[in-house]
Design a protein around this ligand. Structure first.
Ligand SMILES: C[S@@+](CC[C@H](N)C(=O)[O-])C[C@H]1O[C@@H](n2cnc3c(N)ncnc32)[C@H](O)[C@@H]1O
Length: 259
């Protein structure tokens, strides 16, 4: 069973600066094998320490203290192998909330990429079938599924613009360079009332997709959104947005099959 060692951040008041400064940043160390002593840059943690209960304080041979917990899905998800351009969690949360998929839902997803979207969705639904055209991407996503212990996902090789084998599905998710070319397949695979969500990093792709949807009376184009996450820093009475750029991820378009 893997473990996570957390060395909390420490600060010190510096008189001539008249403020607290961070002398050691918070450190999260992932231990994959707790059956052996584990070396960190703060010293060695004995395997007997790693066998302690969650929330225990463990001490290295250099006297550095850590709090220990067992990793959950999200800790393992953050460490999974990533190809470029995965969908961030803020956007995945919106897809789950707006489409209302749940424990009985079947989803078809394309392209799989590293599986960030497909694997997160599969935690919440009955089954996800995910398609990609690249063998290398399929292999990475399958390895990620295995490492995360996810069994209700089927990862297939296939070009969704030429066809999808599944029928009566509740949600189709596209993260494709040309999602408008997948409208016929999405229509055939979705049940009436089912949703199609397309994720595109650029507005020209989003425009082409929405304009193609608007030509088809069998679909309703419901929403085009960009989800902006704005982190805040709270340190005593210093409370302000974290001073870094707001990073753009992509535009989400929600479509519904109505006939
Ligand atoms: C940006 S990545 C998807 C990332 C993925 N949503 C994630 O969260 O990890 C786009 C993927 O679409 C695949 N792809 C492109 N065209 C496709 C098509 N017509 N059918 C299936 N997959 C396709 C690419 O090989 C690539 O892996």
């Amino acid at each position: 069973m893997p473990r996570i060692l957390i060395k909390p951040q420490t600060t010190r008041f510096v008189e001539h600066l008249n403020k607290e400064i961070v002398v050691s940043a918070e450190d999260l160390i992932y231990v994959t094998d707790e059956s052996k002593d584990f070396g960190t840059r703060h010293g060695i943690i004995k395997k007997e320490e790693l066998a302690k209960a969650d929330g225990s304080v463990v001490v290295s041979n250099k006297g550095v203290e850590f709090v220990m917990i067992t990793p959950s899905f999200i800790d393992q998800y953050e460490r999974m192998k990533r190809l470029p351009q995965t969908i961030p969690l803020k956007d995945i949360g919106w897809i789950l909330a707006k489409t209302g998929v749940g424990s009985e839902s079947i989803i078809v997803d394309a392209g799989t990429g590293s599986g960030a979207l497909a694997l997160t969705l599969s935690r919440h639904v009955k089954k996800v079938v995910s398609y990609d055209i690249e063998d290398e991407h399929i292999a990475v996503a399958k390895e990620n599924a295995k490492n995360l212990g996810i069994g209700n996902i089927e990862i297939k090789k296939g070009d969704v613009t030429t066809g999808i084998s599944e029928h009566g599905v509740d949600l189709v998710t596209y993260d494709l360079p040309n999602p408008w070319e997948g409208l016929d397949s999405a229509h055939k695979t979705l049940r009436v009332g089912g949703f199609l969500v397309s994720y595109s990093p650029t507005i020209p792709q989003t425009m082409d997709f929405v304009n193609a949807v608007l030509k088809r009376p069998e679909f309703l184009a419901l929403d085009v959104v960009e989800i902006i996450e704005r982190p805040w820093e709270i340190a005593g009475r210093k409370v302000r947005p974290v001073s870094k750029e707001i990073v753009h991820s992509g535009f989400l378009t929600l479509v519904r099959k109505i006939r």
